[in-house]
Design a protein around this ligand. Sequence first.
Ligand code: DC
Length: 237
Amino acid sequence: MKFNRLYYKYVPVIAIDGPTASGKGTIAQLVAAQLGFHVLDSGALYRLVGLAVQRYQVNKNDVSALVSLIHSLHFSFQEGCVQLDGVDVSTGIRHETVSRLASAISVHAPVRRALLARQHAFRKPPGLVADGRDMGTIIFTDAVLKVFLTASAEDRAQRRYKQLIEQGFPAKIETILCDLLERDSSDINRASSPLKPALDARLLDTSVLSISEVVNRILVWYQKNDLHTDVTKNTFS
Ligand code: DC
C-alpha cells in the first residue's frame, strides 16, 4: 500500500537514541509491544550492511561499492528474525566483527543517505518505535517523542558481555569495554549524523533505572504528550 505524504506524516514515531548497549533495542521492543507499534532497529540495518561487506568481500572504504551493495540488498525483519538474501542472520549480525564493520561503514554520508528510504519505509500505521543514533536528529525529526538513553561505559560493557555469553559467543569484558569506547568515539565524532541528543529529546540514564521503569516512563511521556493521531481517519492512496 502506498501512503500519501500527509498520511505518512500522521503516523506517530517514538525515537529512542543512545550509545552502544544502552538498552535501546530491548526498550524499543517493549514500548512497541505495549502500543502495538512497529519497530525499527536501525543498528540492525547498519549491521546487515556490515555482514554483507564481510560476506561479499566489499572494501569497507569504497563508498560507491558500499552504496551499490545497499541498493542490491534483499532483507526482511519479521518477528525478531532478520534475513539477508533469504538466510536467517539474526545471530550473525550481533557478532563483534560485524559490529566493527557496521561502525566503520556508518561514518560515510552516502551510506547513511542510501539507508534513509529503507528506514522511512518502516513508518506505518498504527505507529513506529525507532531506535538508533540519529532517529530524533535526522531520520524522524518530527517524532512525537524523542528519548536519549545514557549509561556509563562500564555498565554497558557489562550488559554486552552478558548478552554475548548468553548467545554463546566468546567474550572478554576488557576487550568489550575497549571496543565500546572506540565505537562511542567514532559515533560521537563522525561528521555525518553524529550521536547526540536532539534538542527536544528527553534524557534517561539506564544505569539507575530498571528496564520496566524506563519503559513505563516512556509510555507515560507518550500518553501525556497526547499527540497520537488516529491515522485511520486520514485518507491515503
Ligand atoms: O545499535 P547497534 O550497536 O546495533 O549499531 C551498530 C552500529 O551501527 C553502530 O556502531 C553505529 C551504527 N549506527 C548508526 O550509525 N546509526 C544508527 N542509527 C544506528 C546504528
